[in-house]
Design a protein around this ligand. Structure first.
Ligand code: NAD
Length: 250
């Protein structure tokens, strides 16, 4: 599987964790990477790391929940390199609470970043992708899309991002644009480091791989979806979770 040198990739939430792993892997494969994050310092550090390895990259501070920011992000890629080939909708947040305690603010914050953000980034990115007759959109969902206690907001957003993937794939296939989702299981990142150890232990017990996933495990799947050869791979959702979703958990 290959990425043609000079393809331009936007990765949202690239300042740390899974997004950082994806940004570095895409750069190593030959893409010019636009690393976007609401945390500008982290985005810049990732870009410095990529550039230090001899690859092209650009840091853009952006809140994916803001439509003007999404449009400015795509424009930054176009101003720098004249095209947008790959979009990885990775930025995400959690605001966990049981349903009876969940506030409207917690609900709105998660839906804004985790669902409206990918929708607005898709809208902005498909303008150049349609002209190019080439695009790869990869949505980072979650195995929580099937439901998770304390995550009504997050699991609803992640189920909906899979639906966004299916509809986008149906609408955009004719322009040479593919749209696919990845549902990570439990992956080593700041997001997961905030989870209490007793809950992590419970998760580990039901992961057949018997380890927490690494950002690189997600990056390898992104490479498969983003590859030149993957033009007929469209509208798919794949669980990259060490087998956690498989079979009965008794
Ligand atoms: N870590 C896991 O176990 C896991 C499991 C399933 C799905 N995911 C998903 O993977 C993605 C990455 O998660 P992670 O674990 O690396 O989390 P993380 O918290 O380590 O990183 C998320 C990044 O997104 C950025 N971000 C947050 N809000 C933003 C906004 N409004 N605009 C732009 N950037 C913003 C953050 O600054 C951060 O750099 C998320 O969509 C998450 O839901 C993670």
């Amino acid at each position: 599987m290959t990425i043609q040198k000079g393809r331009v990739a936007i990765v949202t939430g690239a300042g740390q964790g899974i997004g950082k792993g994806i940004a570095i892997k895409l750069a190593e494969a030959g893409a010019n990477v636009v690393a976007c994050d609401i945390n500008e310092k982290n985005a810049r550090e990732v870009v410095d790391e990529i550039k230090a390895s001899g690859y092209e990259s650009l840091a853009v501070a952006c809140d994916v929940g803001s439509k003007p920011d999404c449009e400015r992000l795509v424009m930054s890629a176009l101003n720098q390199w004249g095209r947008v080939d790959i979009l990885v909708n990775n930025a995400g947040i959690i605001r966990d609470a049981l349903i009876y305690k969940m506030t409207e603010e917690q609900w709105d914050a998660v839906l804004r970043v985790n669902l409206k953000g990918p929708f607005m980034m898709t809208q902005a990115s498909i303008v150049p992708m349609k002209e190019q007759k080439f695009g790869r959109i990869i949505n980072i969902s979650s195995s929580a899309c099937k439901g998770n206690i304390g995550q009504a907001n997050y699991s609803s957003a992640k189920a909906a991002i899979n639906a966004l993937t299916y509809t986008s794939a149906l609408e955009l296939g004719k322009y040479g644009i593919t749209v696919n989702s990845i549902c990570p299981g439990v992956i080593d990142s700041e997001m997961v480091r905030s989870v209490p150890q007793n809950i992590l232990d419970r998760w580990l017990a039901v992961i057949p791989a018997k380890r927490i996933g690494q950002p690189e495990d997600m990056a390898h799947m992104v490479m498969a979806y983003a590859a030149e050869e993957a033009g007929y791979l469209n509208g798919q959702t794949i669980y990259v979770d060490g087998g956690m979703q498989t079979g009965l958990k008794m």
